[in-house]
Design a protein around this ligand. Structure first.
Ligand code: FA5
Length: 336
């Protein structure tokens, strides 16, 4: 009976129901087993053997049936059969943003010569952005025309404000110089890439929100020669040997002497063959060391801050900074 019934069983519930009629408490096989007690003694061994064999055969049929039902259930869940050897549709993969690529390129160049990456918050206090960097109270950079300040009542969890100073969006990554020096004793060799904010009017080379990479080296007897050497090394790594750079005397409150680092653009469309400002640099002002508790008689250092967009523009020949922020796939896909 089991042999002839199981091929028709297709669902688990029907199988269980049928199984109960044979092996359940009131099933036929169960009844036959119970009937053993009425079998004459001399027939018991033969009958017992027969029943056991039957039981084993039935169980093998159950197992095979269950396996068949489970396979059908799985096939139903998986849906129509597929051929995994067929070629897949063309799935476009994403790629890193050109600014991320440039940042990594710059980081790699500096890491090679012993710099490590330091980080600081984008939302800062006036002290880290200006006071500790020797920037006087009346310096124009502090003006609300140039810097984005938070409302007086703003409450910020991760940055502590002292006294009446204001919160602001950092206008340069030089804030991380201060944070790094307060955290670690000299000698120190760090870079710090990150986003900065200014109330600049947007044009082909300016954006109100852009990226800088800061560099700071503090040790004994550091001179302008070391500064020039690292910048020469850097531009050769990024743009190849023979790139034309110049240091132009300038002023920053936190360096003395200070310079602007310019580079002659090679292949920049509208901006070809012009001097473009990559960043500022100079020798760390002794007053900055005093603010972080370094002895200016003992320690010397250089610092620089470069615009990451400006570097990316020269590397890729991009003549307008605004392309970086528009997320136009026709632009982004060129860097995949
Ligand atoms: C500074 O921000 C100084 N903190 C740099 C510095 C660091 C000097 C350490 C000395 C020692 P500056 O404002 O010039 O300097 O900006 C540095 C670079 O950021 C510029 O040369 C330029 O490459 C880039 N940059 C400045 N403003 C913008 C802007 N609006 N859009 C895009 N890039 C900008």
């Amino acid at each position: 009976e089991v042999e002839s019934a199981v091929p028709a069983l297709e669902k688990r519930a029907a199988f269980e129901a049928f199984k109960a009629t044979i092996s359940g408490p009131n099933g036929k096989l169960t009844a036959a087993m119970k009937g053993m007690k009425d079998v004459p003694k001399e027939d018991k061994p033969a009958m017992g053997k027969l029943l056991n064999e039957t039981k084993q055969q039935i169980e093998a049929l159950y197992a095979a049936t269950l396996e068949r039902i489970e396979a059908a259930e799985t096939a139903e869940k998986l849906g129509p059969p597929i051929d995994p050897t067929l070629p897949c549709p063309d799935i476009a993969s994403g790629s890193l943003h050109p600014l991320t690529q440039t940042r990594r390129l710059m980081e790699a160049a500096f890491r090679k010569v012993g710099f490590t990456v330091a980080e600081g918050p984008e939302l800062e206090t006036e002290w880290f952005c200006f006071d500790a960097l020797n920037t006087p109270e009346d310096h124009p950079a502090r003006d609300a025309q140039d810097t984005l300040f938070l409302p007086e009542a703003a409450a910020v969890d991760n940055v502590t404000k002292h006294g009446s100073e204001r919160y602001l969006m950092r206008s340069h990554t030089s804030t991380v110089q201060i944070r790094a020096m307060m955290k670690e004793e000299p000698p120190l060799r760090i870079i710090s890439p990150g986003r900065v904010f200014r109330r600049d009017t947007t044009d082909a080379t300016h954006s109100a929100n852009f990226h800088q990479m800061e560099g700071l080296y503090v040790d004994k007897n550091v001179t302008v020669v070391d500064l020039k050497a690292i910048l020469d090394y850097f531009v050769a790594e990024i743009f190849g040997k023979g790139s034309t750079v110049r240091l132009r005397p300038s002023f920053f409150p936190f360096t003395e002497p200070s310079f602007e680092l310019d580079m002659k653009t090679p292949n920049l469309g509208k901006l070809s063959n012009q001097w473009i400002e990559l960043g500022g640099c100079g020798m760390v002002d002794p007053n900055v060391f005093r603010h972080v508790g370094y002895d200016p008689e003992k320690w010397t250092g250089y610092a620089f801050g470069m615009g990451i967009e400006r570097i990316a523009m020269i590397v890729h020949g991009i003549d307008d900074i605004r392309y970086f922020y528009q997320n136009d796939l026709r632009f982004l896909q060129q860097f995949a």
